[in-house]
Design a binder for this molecule. Structure first.
Ligand SMILES: [Zn+2]
Length: 97
C-alpha cells in the first residue's frame, strides 16, 4: 500500500535526521562543515513536513473514495460498506473499514 510506503519513508527520514542531529551535537561547532550539516538537517525536516502532508492527503482521499469488494451473490463490484448489492439487489453484510 502507498500509505505504508510513505510511512516507512517518513520513519527512515526521521532516523536519518536523528543520526545527523546527534552527529552535529558531537561535532566541534567551530569546525567548517557544521553549517552544511545543519542545512542538510533542515532539508530533512522540510522533507518530513512534505511527507506528513502527503499522508494527510492520502488519508483524506481514502475517506472520499470508498473501497470496493465483490458481491457474494453475483460477484460484481460493490462498495465495501454497502448493505445491498446494486446489481442483483442481494442483501449483504456491510464491511467496516
Ligand atoms: Zn450482487
Amino acid at each position: 500500500m502507498v500509505e505504508k510506503k510513505v510511512l516507512a519513508a517518513n520513519e527512515r527520514l526521521s532516523v536519518a535526521q536523528e543520526q545527523l542531529d546527534a552527529a552535529i551535537q558531537a561535532y566541534d561547532a567551530n569546525r567548517p562543515g557544521i553549517e552544511v550539516m545543519k542545512e542538510v538537517s533542515e532539508r530533512l525536516r522540510e522533507a518530513r513536513v512534505c511527507i506528513d502532508k502527503i499522508q494527510q492527503h492520502l488519508e483524506a482521499a481514502a475517506e472520499v473514495v470508498p473501497s470496493m469488494r465483490g458481491c457474494p451473490a453475483c460477484g460484481k463490484s460493490i462498495r465495501a460498506q454497502a448493505t445491498l448489492c446494486g446489481h442483483c439487489w442481494a442483501k449483504v453484510d456491510p464491511q467496516r473499514a
